[in-house]
Write a protein that binds this ligand. Structure first.
Ligand code: ZN
Length: 295
């Protein structure tokens, strides 16, 4: 869905509400407080009340947006829908300044909408990986910490051993990726991560020679490509996860380098979500359907 499709399909608040209601309730609106289907007809006329129902059982009022990312928003839903479509379509990543200009919002509002959309992406689309799985770690964001005197005599470290944020990731070849900010990269932590994202008895793990992978390597089939020697050995390589890292880094350094590292998990979630649904034409609809799936 490009921008024009969104505007045409959702020309006003009413069409957005009707779409969300269909996704959430089908034909029967239900009270979001008590679950009762006995509700008065939807307010249509007053712009402030549009989309609101009154429950005949518990007497509370509610809207289709209750308890979703759109909960309590003052923003027209059309602007949300456009924001979602622009974020999904952006090859790298969209900056909040750009979105603010496109939607005539202030930057803070645009930024907070985008963070809510990212937080939604973070909770969706996690499937258990299996088959051939490549695992790797990378580092983004933040300034390197100040070096002490002893370290000053040593060469500047890159990658493992720096003070940037570490990200650990695993990708199923031909399938989904899962990545998250890692507190540390010990064998135990890496094992816990792999076990939480992959079905280890149905999988073979491909990694480089980093010793952090040896712990999990004792519990599942594990192939190592020694990057000191070569990058590909037949089927043994980590090119898929490295491809994902380069997407993530392009998004991060191209757009978000000035934000604090505490938000890194949300940017990682956005990159994963977009990677995982990159071949789906209906990623926009999928996102909205997911966002109405509250259980
Ligand atoms: Zn009720």
């Amino acid at each position: 869905m490009n921008l024009l499709d969104v505007m045409e399909r959702f020309p006003d608040q009413k069409s957005c509400i009707e779409f969300l209601e269909r996704v959430r309730w089908g034909d029967t609106p239900q009270c979001t407080h008590c679950g009762s289907p006995k509700v008065n007809t939807r307010h249509e006329k007053d712009q402030n009340l549009i989309g609101r129902y009154n429950c005949q059982d518990c007497k509370a009022s509610f809207k289709v947006t209750c308890n979703t990312i759109f909960h309590g928003t003052k923003m027209p839903l059309q602007k949300w829908f456009v924001a979602i479509s622009l974020m999904m379509n952006a090859k790298k990543s969209l900056s909040s300044c750009q979105l603010a200009r496109d939607l005539e919002l202030n930057q803070k509002t645009a930024w907070s909408m985008m963070q809510k959309i990212r937080a939604e992406m973070a909770t969706k689309g996690n499937t258990l990986l299996k088959g051939i799985i490549e695992a790797d770690e990378t580092y983004i964001g933040g300034k390197p910490r100040k070096r002490n005197k002893k370290e000053d005599r040593e060469p500047i470290k890159r990658g493992r051993g720096t003070s940037k944020t570490s990200i650990i990731g695993a990708v199923e070849r031909g399938g989904h990726v899962v990545a998250k900010v890692a507190d540390d990269l010990t064998g135990q932590s890496i094992m816990k991560f792999i076990k939480s994202v992959a079905s280890i008895h149905e999988s073979e793990l491909m990694t480089d020679e980093f010793r952090g992978y040896m712990t999990i390597g004792r519990e599942m089939k594990h192939h190592i490509i020694n990057h000191q020697e070569q990058y590909v050995d037949g089927d043994i390589h980590t090119n898929t996860i490295e491809g994902f890292w380069s997407l993530l880094k392009r998004a991060w350094y191209g757009t978000h380098h000035h934000y604090s590292v505490i938000y890194t998990p949300l940017y990682v979630a956005e990159a994963c979500y977009k990677y995982n649904y990159r071949n789906r034409d209906d990623i926009f609809d999928k996102f909205l359907r997911d966002s109405m799936q509250l259980e």
